[in-house]
Design a protein around this ligand. Structure first.
Ligand SMILES: Nc1ncnc2c1ncn2[C@@H]1O[C@H](COP(=O)(O)OP(=O)(O)O)[C@@H](O)[C@H]1O
Ligand SMILES: [Mg+2]
Length: 202
């Protein structure tokens, strides 16, 4: 993975988030406070703007810049969570060529960051329920397989529908949180879908 691909990854994710802003917000309206689409669209628009036309020497620097913007612009619970994930990913590849092994370490570090920050484990109906299977799916093979990652992420976000939330705002709804997709799981699906896209084009 090269600098240009990370920029492309974040910018394509932004395009999805702008298009899916109302969808994400409607998901969050069902089991949260209805701001997830707004939070993500605002934050990633700023990320794309802040990366435009800039020269970065390594992948780590792009992710660090994105992390800072996400933390300050996304807001809600997801801002610090995605900000932490990007920052940990940046730290995991500092000074390195990002080969497949490193990319796995980055996703692992990102997931650990989310779990620590959110005190969440799998099965709690959060973005963790997408990151965890994606990481496992990556570890099972020795090269980046975009179709596989996209498929795993998609299935994982769909699986959050039947879960009962025990973290985040949706947890207040207890049983009634079942039957809805988790908004953060869906935005994480967009992240990995676009990672797959960008890596496949390389
Ligand atoms: N403690 C947590 N750990 C992991 N993810 C969480 C946690 N709390 C919330 N989330 C994720 O954040 C999403 C909600 O984001 P958002 O609506 O932007 O923030 P808020 O809940 O503050 O309104 C949830 O759908 C879930 O995926
Ligand atoms: Mg919300």
């Amino acid at each position: 993975m090269e600098v240009i691909q990370v920029q492309e990854w974040l910018s394509r994710t932004n395009e999805d988030l702008q298009e899916q802003k109302d969808y994400l917000t409607s998901l969050d309206r069902a089991i949260g406070d209805g701001d997830h689409g707004i939070n993500m669209a605002r934050g990633f628009k700023e990320v794309t703007k802040s990366l435009e036309g800039k020269d970065f020497t390594e992948v780590s620097d792009v992710l660090k810049a994105a992390a800072t913007t996400v933390m300050s612009k996304v807001g809600g619970a997801s801002g610090p969570l995605y900000g932490t994930a990007l920052l940990k990913m940046s730290m995991a590849c500092k000074g390195k060529q990002v080969d497949y092994k490193t990319l796995i370490e980055m996703v692992e570090a990102g997931l650990e960051g989310i779990k620590q920050r959110g005190k969440a484990e799998t099965g709690e109906k959060t973005m963790v329920d997408v990151w965890t299977p994606v990481l496992s799916g990556m570890k099972e093979v020795d090269h980046f397989d975009g179709e596989r990652i996209k498929h795993v992420a998609e299935e994982a976000k769909d699986n959050t529908e039947s879960m009962q939330a025990t973290k985040g705002r949706a947890a207040y709804l207890k049983e009634r949180s079942k039957g809805h997709l988790d908004p953060g799981a869906v935005s994480s699906y967009f992240l990995f879908k676009n990672l797959a896209l960008v890596m496949e084009e390389a």
